[in-house]
Design a protein around this ligand. Structure first.
Ligand SMILES: [Zn+2]
Length: 327
């Protein structure tokens, strides 16, 4: 998202001399501004034992999310959990609920019973007298996301299938005084990568993706550009989740000044100068672009990478070829 190198329109690839110079400044797409501490979204790969807590770590604690893990947690809560430290009991209920939420979001039509069980788990965490503030925050985020499933928000604010609502990632309220209404018809779609400096790889859970999006939103809103909200309209994580960013009622802030007019911004999480995008993310991107093209009447060949508006490495050499089909 850094906005050096001024160039409007054009094919964007021609001026390689300039690219060499500006490329030095434009490798990162996201604003590198430091973001404030975020609530711990509790990626379930990591095990941290808060000081003063029982150091006996349950068997499930460091495992990635799978159905087997959820079975283990459930058994543990009924057996060893009755004699365990409160911290791990709350953590067990929380990870079980987060796992059920994760699978409910993947298959929202099938999952009424899972969402009920997940909701009960999050409520239990909130009601527990010894849950930590970080655990309570995760439970609240989980309940917000579940609300989206139940109310159908996970499908279409603007009629777009499969787009997770802002509540699913705990988005901050936008400052609309620093945003422009989208008055022009949508004529372009521009693809970015997030390329957050120092960002850890995502672990596949919705909670971890939510944390990454809140970091990007904070960098955009608190950074030198002082944006009113996250700059992109849609974000896609490596698991292929599509999440609503800035509302389409507002012009984006992702392609430098006037380039943003009538220009939908999509950002894939990752740095695709250095890594390949996942198949799930690429498929989600193509699906989203197809829906946007038909619903917003964007011309078929008006799909661009950020680097076609200005000199930047964004969206990265491994993502760029996946846009060739629109040329
Ligand atoms: Zn970009």
């Amino acid at each position: 998202m850094k906005h050096r190198g001024i160039r409007f329109g054009g094919s964007g690839r021609g001026n390689m001399l300039a690219a060499g110079i500006w490329g030095l400044f434009a490798l990162a797409c996201a604003s590198p501004g430091s973001s404030p501490p975020q609530p711990d979204a509790g990626p379930d790969y990591r095990v941290s034992v808060p000081s003063g807590r029982d150091g006996r770590v349950p068997i499930w604690a460091g495992r990635p999310l799978t159905w087997d893990k959820l079975g283990l947690v459930s058994d543990w809560l009924q057996n060893s959990g009755t004699r365990a430290d409160d911290y791990w009991v709350v953590e067990g209920h929380l990870q079980l609920a987060e796992g059920r939420l994760h699978y409910a979001l993947l298959e929202p039509k099938l999952e009424a019973s899972r969402t009920v069980a997940a909701s009960a788990g999050f409520q239990r965490v909130l009601a527990h007298p010894r849950s930590t503030s970080s655990q309570r925050q995760r439970a609240e985020l989980g309940l917000n996301s579940l609300g989206g499933v139940g109310r159908g928000e996970s499908t279409p604010a603007g009629g777009l299938p499969g787009v997770l609502a802002r509540s699913a990632w705990g988005a901050r309220r936008p400052n609309t005084s620093r945003m422009d209404l989208a008055r022009a018809p949508w004529a372009w779609i521009t693809v970015h990568h997030s390329a957050e400096p120092g960002a850890a790889p995502l672990n596949g859970s919705l909670a971890d993706t939510a944390r990454a999006l809140r970091d990007i939103q904070s960098a955009h809103m608190n950074g030198p550009e002082n944006m009113g909200d996250i700059g992109y309209h849609f974000l896609i994580d490596p698991s292929g989740r599509v999440l609503q960013g800035r509302d389409l009622r507002f012009r984006g802030a992702h392609a430098y000044r006037a380039n943003n007019i009538g220009n939908v911004g999509i950002c894939l999480i990752g740095n695709f100068e250095h890594e390949r995008p996942t198949k799930a993310a690429v498929e989600a991107m193509h699906g989203l672009i197809d829906v946007l093209r038909s619903q917003l009447h964007v011309p078929a060949n008006h799909i661009r990478g950020h680097d076609e508006w200005r000199v930047t490495a964004c969206p990265g050499r491994y993502l760029r070829p996946h846009l060739a089909r629109y040329k």
